[in-house]
Design a protein around this ligand. Structure first.
Ligand code: GDG
Length: 733
């Protein structure tokens, strides 16, 4: 049975060294609490840092022993590694950058080195524990390099990755000196999950722009496999919060916790008193100063709420050694002091401020008691607190004011959405929340509850794992078509045994790599030698079938002993003879189409026009990848209306749009050739969709090979032009 290995920076439990020895306690935070139950019920192992640095081998053993009971494996790190990898690269580089706080991001080589080192340690620990074909689920920004490190050494593993924080726009990620390594690191995974579609599309755009891979919908096409990118908005353990909320609310007042009784007393001391709640780690991404300013503005604008409303703010200490966090703490302390000083009375504090963490029960007491939750991060991957608040509002008596910059805002559409930097808007949203009718309040709450109850943490984890399994299944179905040694041997022995043989080969992308400028794709010496060798085999005909213009083809191959079919089948040249046209040319249409293409060249920097006898081609390989694709769509649309009454057609190839006289394609040119030159053996290799005409027209017995893993009618595939060359080289022997 295959197992699941989970890897994250922290384990779901942490070890504390106390006077009474080592203690195991649950880790706080969304990832740990969320995945814990999934981990327990499945046969999985969780690898991560245990939160302690053992001082001896004996202590290490003790920690490992304690964790074994929790199905956890510790990854120990030295103090120095933690400082540079965790405080350094993870929290002083990636965290600020990925949350758009570019001014806080540090770029230090020593941090990067430690980050690489720790990612290697994680990969090694996973590899040591992974059986063949196990699944591995890697989590979060501290381990971005792990997927590729695993892929290099253990391609048998099923590798999933989930990012819990935002993936920023390309304009941000491009700032990072190690941006390519980071993106390549992630591409080692089979499936990469994000909380929202925006993060997924930013990632895809970065892959296209930084590495240049092709993308089809949410599939990234690598040379030899595909990476699936998908959206899985993380949920919470809904039932747990619902149950706890019912429990704390149904307790008679005198049996409630001391903290809960304090809240009750506070609320009852003045008629109509209400609590607004916010909970977050004290982090600059959470927008705490903006929130306080909005609350101050609210008190100024709506003075009738004095002594009626308090903001209860639970801020959990976080990364306290880091300067920005210390500065933030000072700023928050001052703001809270100012507001309480300015507005407070003898029996009323406008802001009730806690700088510590609380047990879960107390957290739920706060959720159930607060009429409004005010969650206003400047950036937040998801924000689970928002969902926990909604789940805890079992009587629907609450309103959520939520920043539109939190991933959760995508699912919690009934919340009052605010731009957290807009102080006035946030203040008005607080007012709106406090004055909302019971009916509107419960309608909104019910709708949100229904949604997050269905897509809870269990569903989230199950869906991720199911998608990972499906991704692998698709990949293996695809692999079945890959030219394996057995398929190769079959083709080679047929080739040898056949009396007459014919090989159709496309040029660009099949025998040669793509160049930004198509004229640079000149055949190299090795390619000439290969083609000469192939065509010198007795009773073997080699035909190059390309979309290229005949002048270029003539220059490159005119003197060679093989047949050339140029311009998608418009021209044919037998060895030692001249070019023959397959259909009379008409070219009046070019006067109409050329100015349109020129307009597109002007509007798309980097693109260019190529003129052939039968066609006009707009190349956009050198243009911005997204602009090029967009303009190609527009161009096809514009031209379609222009050519409707003419004998023309549009072909979209790889980074080209070609307008050509219709009824001419690689397929009918090759069929015509075969008609006059019958053969016992056919091999055809091509990479783009113009080659599909060729594959389709050939008899069923033909050996058709597509270059690349896209859908094709070809029987088999090879990954790239290098594999094609080595396949053909082997065939010559
Ligand atoms: C990252 C992303 C994403 C908080 N204070 C206490 C406490 N908590 C619990 C909450 C909640 C969790 O911690 C916080 O989760 P968030 O999602 O709000 O924020 P991050 O810690 O920044 O998490 C975030 C998340 O990963 C998951 O993908 O949503 O965007 O930044 O569960 O209840 N728990 C207890 N005492 C506290 O004082 N017991």
């Amino acid at each position: 049975m295959t197992r699941l290995i989970i890897a994250s920076n922290r384990l779901p439990v942490k070890i504390d060294k106390t006077e009474n020895g080592m203690q195991v306690t649950a880790s706080a935070g969304g990832l740990a609490t969320g995945l814990k139950s999934y981990h327990k019920k499945n046969n999985s192992v969780w690898i991560g840092w245990p939160g302690v640095i053992p001082e001896s081998k004996k202590e290490e053993k003790e920690v490992s022993g304690l964790l074994e009971k929790e199905q956890c494996l510790p990854l120990f790190m030295s103090e120095e590694l933690i400082t540079n990898y965790y405080d350094g690269f993870s929290n002083a580089t990636l965290w600020p950058l990925f949350h758009y706080f570019t001014e806080f991001a540090e770029f230090k080589e020593k941090h990067w080195k430690a980050y690489k080192k720790v990612n290697e340690l994680f990969a090694e620990a996973i590899i040591e524990n992974a059986h063949e074909n196990d699944s591995v689920w890697v989590h979060d920004y501290q381990l971005l390099l792990v997927p590729n490190l695993l892929r290099q050494k253990r391609p048998d593993l099923k590798i999933g990755f989930f990012l819990h924080i935002p993936f920023p726009s390309y304009e941000i990620i491009r700032i990072l000196p190690w941006r390519e390594e980071i993106v390549e690191g992630l591409l080692g995974a089979d499936l990469i999950g994000f909380h929202t579609y925006d993060y997924a599309r930013h990632f895809i755009s970065s892959v296209k722009r930084l590495i240049g891979h092709e993308v089809e919908f949410n599939q990234i096409k690598l040379e030899n496999r595909q990476v699936n990118v998908d959206v899985f908005p993380m949920g919470i353990d809904y039932k747990k919060f619902e149950k706890l909320a019912l429990e704390v609310q149904s307790k008679p007042i005198q049996e409630r916790s001391k903290e809960h009784q304090d809240i009750d007393r506070f609320l009852m001391s003045t008629p109509g008193r209400k609590l607004i709640l916010s909970i977050d780690r004290l982090d600059y991404t959470k927008g705490i100063p903006h929130r306080l300013k909005a609350f101050r503005y609210f008190l100024k604008k709506y003075p009738e709420y004095k002594e009626k409303v308090s903001l209860i703010m639970l801020t959990v200490p976080s990364r306290t050694d880091v300067e920005q966090y210390q500065n933030l703490k000072n700023e928050v302390d001052i703001l809270v002091g100012n507001i309480n000083g300015e507005f407070g009375t003898l029996n009323w504090n406008p802001v009730i401020y806690f700088y510590r963490s609380m047990p879960l029960d107390n957290l739920v007491e706060l959720y159930t008691s607060a009429e409004v939750a005010l969650l206003t991060p400047l950036r937040d991957g998801m924000n689970l607190v928002a969902k926990e608040y909604v789940a805890s509002k079992v009587h629907q008596k609450g309103v959520l004011v939520l920043s539109e910059m939190a991933g959760a805002s995508k699912e919690l559409g009934e919340a009052l959405a605010v731009n957290p930097t807009n102080i006035r808007q946030t203040a008005d949203a607080i007012y709106q929340a406090l004055t909302m009718s019971d009916e509107d309040r419960s309608k909104g709450m019910r709708a949100m509850q229904k949604r997050i109850k269905r897509y809870d943490i269990h569903k989230w984890a199950d869906e991720f794992m199911e998608t990972l399994a499906e991704t692998i299944e698709k990949q293996s179905a695809n692999h079945a078509r890959k030219v394996s040694p057995a398929i190769k041997n079959k083709i080679f022995s047929n080739f040898k045994a056949s009396k007459t043989k014919t090989i159709f080969l496309d040029y660009d992308g099949t025998l040669q790599r793509f160049y930004d400028n198509p004229q640079s794709a000149v055949p190299d010496k090795a390619l000439h030698e290969l083609l000469d060798k192939l065509s010198s085999i007795e009773n073997n005909r080699v035909i190059l079938v390309s979309g290229r213009d005949r002048e270029t083809f003539d220059r490159w191959f005119g003197a060679r002993s093989y047949t050339l079919i140029a311009e998608h089948g418009a021209w044919i040249k037998e060895p030692g003879k001249g070019w023959k046209q397959r259909k009379p040319v008409h070219s009046e249409w070019k006067e109409i189409i050329l100015p349109v293409l020129e307009l597109y060249v002007d509007r798309t920097p980097g693109s260019l026009i190529e003129e052939k006898t039968y066609s006009l081609v707009w190349h956009y390989r050198k243009a911005d990848i997204e602009l090029g694709a967009l303009r190609a769509l527009e161009l096809v649309h514009d031209i379609s209306t222009l050519i409707s009454n003419q004998d023309l057609e549009i072909m979209e190839g790889k980074k080209v749009v070609e307008v050509k006289v219709s009824g001419i394609n690689k397929g009918n040119a090759s069929a015509e050739f075969l008609h006059t030159n019958p053969t016992d053996f056919i091999l055809a290799i091509g990479d783009d969709w113009t080659d599909e005409y060729l594959f389709r027209e050939l008899p069923e017995s033909a050996n058709t090979i597509k270059v690349g893993t896209e859908n094709s009618v070809a029987k088999y595939y090879l990954n790239n032009y290098l594999e094609v060359r080595s396949f053909l080289n082997e065939m010559c022997h």
